[in-house]
Design a protein around this ligand. Structure first.
Ligand code: FES
Length: 115
């Protein structure tokens, strides 16, 4: 299982992006409310998908309560991936299932590397 980081590397309320061999886009990991959520860094506004951060790991809006695409301002719910504001209402991010093991390592669920 591909290891992305350790929970200690991801503060509560924080987000980071990780390159994963075999995936065409980064995986965004957001830690919120004691849980971690994984999403493809692939905005659904355009068919081909667009990386969403304006600088490294800048995946959240100013309040830190939504994932933001900085290309045209879409906001996404951190837990569901649904677009709640912006030009792609009705669309959602693609979830990347994650596992946090007993040692605190955040990993892709087996098989996700090949999708
Ligand atoms: S590409 Fe993300 S909002 Fe336009």
């Amino acid at each position: 299982m591909t290891r992305l980081c350790h929970l200690d590397d991801l503060p509560e309320g924080g987000a980071r992006g990780f390159e994963v061999p075999g995936l065409a886009c980064k995986v965004i990991v957001v830690r919120r409310g004691g849980r971690v959520h994984g999403w493809r860094d692939f905005c659904p506004h355009y068919r081909g998908g667009t990386p969403m951060a304006w600088k490294r790991d800048a995946y959240l809006n100013g309040a830190g309560d939504h994932i933001a695409c900085h290309a045209h301002g879409a906001w996404f719910d951190i837990e569901t991936g649904a677009c709640v504001q912006g030009p792609c209402l009705g669309k959602r991010l693609i979830r990347v299932p994650l596992i946090v093991d007993e040692a605190g390592a955040v990993r892709l669920r087996p098989g996700e590397e090949r999708r």
